[in-house]
Design a binder for this molecule. Structure first.
Ligand SMILES: *[C@@H]1O[C@H](CO)[C@@H](O)[C@H](O)[C@H]1NC(C)=O
Ligand SMILES: *[C@@H]1O[C@H](CO)[C@@H](O)[C@H](O)[C@H]1NC(C)=O
Ligand SMILES: *[C@@H]1O[C@H](CO)[C@@H](O)[C@H](O)[C@H]1NC(C)=O
Ligand SMILES: *[C@@H]1O[C@H](CO)[C@@H](O)[C@H](O)[C@H]1NC(C)=O
Length: 542
């Protein structure tokens, strides 16, 4: 345990290391000796890690952080550098916390209990460094799940006030105004219409929009402004929301060759602005929340690695809760919330009529894959999947995103609604918007990396991944030990129906973002679950 704490950040200063040891000593008062022996072990491991690193350094931009190696690679989509986690194979641990298990059959529940002692192994760790990194991942997931609010139907706002800062527009709205200048080849402005939902897609229905994967900031903002518990007096507030569009801020720099200082200017100004507020200083930001519509690595520039901004590495950002579409598994208050999909219901009926439609949908394909190969990335399993898919045309349909096949959301959604299983390998980073598109289409996602969802969405997806997905180890796939088509053909009709029923009835309402006038009675959408859980978190941690 203490080993894992001390090993988390090989590059942190001596002071932090000492603090961490102190912390671990507090947790384990009898383990002083083992702390020293593990310190030796730790140094040995660290040396090995550095040697490994040096060998990697020659081929790519690599850094150590949180005892794993992250590699920054070029994103095909945006030409920018994404930091990825290498050796990202970590098992899970089950914690009976969430209230997601309502419709689960007795048999599954029993299985769950019997495996409770022994963690679910997505992949067996290769060495002790990985093992302790994993322990941390699981520890943080467990803590996050303990913050999940199961909600109350007669929502009372007593003591639950939400304060929304009225930031100068340069921190949010003005950034949307730069939409025509963000991408050299495309005008981004149409994505910001309709409160950030984008243009409506009539072919799919009234509540469907061409929502960009990075649109979470304006979507969340316009919704929170109309939250019934919003207060205008900061003394009545429990939760403080800072509507800084940090993702839009970094998006501006994807294609611009400018120095790193420039990339941090707005974030620094924001923290200065906040620093002048007594509400921020009162609890050192612990009751504050930021919503960032991009992946955490975009904000974690450190030393050598060239991810865009260093916003989340700034001292002031240690305490506030960060909501992101992809979290850093070694940061307990990096909380992942669903990528926005194309569906934005307004009423309970919008949700239930969609549920009724897709549960009855006849599905002509067993498997589908909408994606592109990653020829530049030797670690990618995408080519293997494409090969396996295209060699079984009766079972599997491939939509080639490289040749523009995925540009029309309606084509992707139609494919997913017509398929039993949707393959979801990691892309430029572990998480995918497409996982959520497939879930809301009633297509069972097939995942290859626990970082794609299982280590991410603790408030919106249950701990037992077997309830809603199929996991295939990507190393087995690369080594040709498993054929995806054969494996999925062996899933019984009954098992498929159970998973689909769980996805459609239990998960779906909580995976979509309603529009800004949404009023749900029977359901809680992704936004409601998030806000309820934030309030619950503050109650338990402040
Ligand atoms: C789970 O939620 C249902 C209603 O959605 C509630 O009746 C039940 O008591 C909850 N279970 C737990 C353990 O809180
Ligand atoms: C549980 O499993 C047993 C056999 O394994 C089966 O006979 C029974 O029908 C199952 N029950 C449910 C509720 O699925
Ligand atoms: C970026 O700008 C610097 C200095 O202005 C220049 O030396 C460098 O070649 C530029 N890089 C690219 C990729 O254009
Ligand atoms: C997908 O499209 C790209 C670009 O058109 C093409 O090079 C590639 O061969 C296609 N892949 C398959 C499997 O058809």
């Amino acid at each position: 345990m203490h080993v894992s704490i001390s090993k988390r950040r090989p590059r942190t200063s001596k002071k932090t290391e000492t603090e961490k040891h102190e912390k671990s000593l507090k947790d384990h008062p009898n383990s002083i000796c083992s702390v020293f022996s593990s310190l030796v072990l730790y140094l040995v491991l660290l040396t090995i890690l550095f040697l490994f690193l040096i060998s990697l350094w020659s081929t790519s931009t690599t850094v150590v952080s949180g005892n794993v190696v992250r590699i920054c690679i070029s994103s095909r989509k945006l030409n920018d550098l994404y930091c990825l986690t290498a050796g990202s194979h970590y098992p899970g641990l089950r914690v009976p916390v969430s209230n997601f298990t309502k419709l689960v059959s007795e048999n599954i529940t029993k299985k769950e209990i019997s495996t409770e002692e022994e963690p679910y192994r997505y992949i067996v760790p290769k060495d002790e460094v990985e093992e302790s990194g994993l322990k941390d991942v699981n520890k943080y997931l467990k803590i996050q799940r303990s913050w999940l609010s199961i909600g109350n139907n007669q929502r009372s706002c007593k003591g639950q006030g939400i304060y929304v800062y009225d930031l100068p527009s340069k921190f949010n709205k003005d950034l949307l105004g730069e939409c025509s200048d963000m991408f050299p080849w495309a005008n981004f402005c149409s994505y910001f219409k309709n409160d950030g939902f984008g243009e409506s897609i009539e072919e799919l229905g009234e509540r469907w929009f061409n929502t960009h994967q990075y649109s979470l900031e304006p979507i969340f903002h316009s919704r929170v402004l109309k939250h019934p518990c919003r207060v205008y007096d900061e003394n009545q507030a429990k939760l403080f929301y800072v509507p800084f569009y940090g993702g839009m801020d970094v998006l501006r720099w994807h294609f611009k060759n400018i120095s790193t200082d420039v990339k941090d200017v707005l974030a620094i100004k924001l923290l200065k602005w906040l620093g002048s507020k007594s509400s921020w200083r009162k609890n050192s930001g612990k009751d504050h929340v930021f919503v960032l519509g991009k992946i955490t690595w975009d904000f974690r520039r450190k030393e050598h690695y060239s991810c865009i901004s260093s916003f989340l590495e700034m001292q002031e950002m240690k305490n506030p809760t960060k909501l992101l579409i992809e979290r850093n598994p070694w940061e307990v208050i990096d909380i992942a919330i669903p990528h926005p999909t194309f569906f934005h219901p307004r009423t309970d009926d919008d949700i239930s009529s969609w549920q009724n439609k897709i549960i009855r949908q006849s599905r002509r394909s067993l498997i589908s894959f909408a994606g592109g190969a990653r020829p530049g990335n030797p670690k990618s399993i995408r080519s293997t999947l494409i090969d396996q898919c295209t060699s079984s045309p009766n079972q599997c349909r491939f939509l080639n995103c490289t040749s523009g096949g995925c540009n029309k959301p309606e084509l992707v959604m139609e494919l997913f609604q017509d398929s039993e299983f949707c393959l979801q390998p990691p892309g430029d980073s572990p998480t995918r918007k497409s996982v959520f598109d497939s879930l809301i289409s009633g297509c069972i996602p097939v995942l290859f990396d626990p970082f794609t969802a299982y280590y991410q969405y603790t408030w919106h997806l249950p701990e037992d991944h077997r309830l809603y997905s199929v996991y295939i180890n990507q190393d087995d796939l690369k080594a040709n030990k498993v054929n995806v088509i054969k494996k999925l053909m062996s899933v019984t009709l009954r098992e498929r129906e159970n998973m689909r029923s769980y996805i459609v009835h239990e998960l779906l309402p909580g995976l979509v973002y309603g529009d800004s006038s949404a009023k749900f009675q029977r359901f809680r959408d992704a936004f409601d679950i998030t806000v309820d859980s934030l309030l619950h978190k503050i109650s338990t941690t402040l």
